[in-house]
Design a protein around this ligand. Structure first.
Ligand SMILES: *Cc1c(COP(=O)(O)O)cnc(C)c1O
Length: 384
């Protein structure tokens, strides 16, 4: 926790759980990415934390933005990004949203099938944008092995099909710009990019043989945040990615972009929450303790789903003996249990009213918090 967050929390008027994000940490993360991957453009994945202050700080540093909706595009523009610095990276878009993005000046789009290409072609026609000014990249499937929050098969197509999709784009006059993939979020294996880069280079070669010259590889996100387990440094990712690029593309390394979300903002945020109840389910001495907080799955901690992400949780009683506890949120939904399969060690002295700090919560918390489930307000966010 940074001194700035500590000071802020000491002085805040208490009004339920909140996340506090330190912009200095975000700026530092941006510089680390820029240094570790010097020839790569950074497209911050807006969904990780779309707070206007975060977007503005990144826009001021020169970041580009990966967006998934018209609202996210508008947020990036409002933060000062010009449309050339914005990509519409969602492979699932309504045609009228594509048209709106084109009207706003966005020219870079993700696709993973031919019908999505056709939507873009029609939207360009409707809005009077020359198809040749519109760049598309095709997302390929990636198995997400090694990631703690894998992204499944929802996005991307088989590499062999990507060639056809890109050829389709080219035939319709769009610029077939390149290939993208995502190795899975919270990817702790620095080598995870190698296989996908192998597929990408095969697509480049096959397109070349069909007379289509691709120029860009979008390396996606996946860069981790430190939770309980240790993680490699950003430099290690940079080196491994550069090795894989050289291995698969030789001395014809393409233009590259990265789309860090979690790795850009995760460690910049801390949630302060309160213990509402500590109880047991029977009078048995060995019965496990249940600790209920005023935040849970619906208040911003959705990534505890399947107990995937294990956040570090601190309190002022951390020097006392710890016992395994089931940790749960405050709502009347039985899914609102954070850690039960693998109980969480918490101080035996923890009491009702104690404050706890949940670390590494700058990413994917405010955006996942429900509007008013059971009357609990959405997670409050302070950016300092
Ligand atoms: C969510 C997302 C990201 C960010 O992923 P992280 O693992 O948080 O870095 C990047 N690119 C795309 C297309 C995404 O959907």
């Amino acid at each position: 926790m940074t001194q700035r967050i500590r000071d802020f929390l000491r002085n805040r008027r208490e009004d339920g759980p909140c996340v506090v994000v330190d912009l200095e940490v975000v700026r530092d993360n941006y510089s680390k990415f820029a240094r570790a991957l010097p020839d790569t453009r950074v497209f911050y994945a807006v969904k990780a934390n779309p707070a206007p202050e975060v977007l503005k700080a990144l826009a001021d540093l020169g970041s580009c933005f990966d967006t998934a909706s018209v609202v996210e595009i508008q947020l990036a523009l409002d933060a000062g990004a010009t449309p050339e610095r914005i990509s519409f990276g969602n492979t699932i878009k309504k045609e009228r949203d594509i048209a709106r993005a084109l009207e706003l000046g966005v020219r870079l789009f993700a696709v993973d099938c031919e019908v999505e290409v056709e939507k873009i072609v029609r939207a360009a026609g409707e809005t009077g944008v020359a198809a040749s000014d519109v760049k598309v990249f095709c997302r390929i499937l990636c198995d997400g092995a090694g990631a703690e929050w894998p992204l499944s098969r929802k996005f991307g197509c088989a590499p062999e099909m990507a060639v056809d999709v890109l050829e389709h784009a080219c035939r319709h006059g769009l610029e077939a710009y390149g290939v993208s993939f995502h190795v899975g979020s919270q990817q702790r294996n620095t080598e995870a990019w190698d296989q996908a880069l192998g597929s990408a280079s095969a697509i480049f070669r096959e397109c070349m043989s069909r007379g289509i010259h691709l120029s860009m590889v979008n390396l996606g996100g996946g860069f981790p945040t430190k939770y309980l387990k240790s993680i490699p440094q950003v430099e290690a990712y940079g080196e491994s990615i550069f090795r894989a690029l050289s291995k698969h593309f030789g001395n014809r390394i393409p233009e590259t972009i990265i789309e860090p979300g979690r790795g850009m903002v995760g460690n910049a945020g801390i949630i302060e929450a309160e213990v509402v109840l500590v109880s047991k389910k029977s009078n048995d001495e060995d019965e496990v303790r249940w600790v209920y907080l005023d935040i849970g799955k619906f208040g911003g901690l959705a990534e505890t789903m399947d107990e995937s992400i294990r956040y570090p949780i601190r309190s002022e009683r951390d020097n006392d003996r710890k016992v395994p506890c089931v940790l749960a949120g405050p709502t009347c939904d039985s899914a609102d249990v954070l850690y039960e399969k693998e109980p969480y060690p918490l101080p035996i002295s923890l009491e009702i009213g104690d404050k706890v700090l949940i670390e590494g919560t700058g990413a994917y918390t405010t955006t996942y918090s429900a509007v008013a489930f059971n009357g609990f307000p959405p997670l409050k966010s302070y950016v300092i």
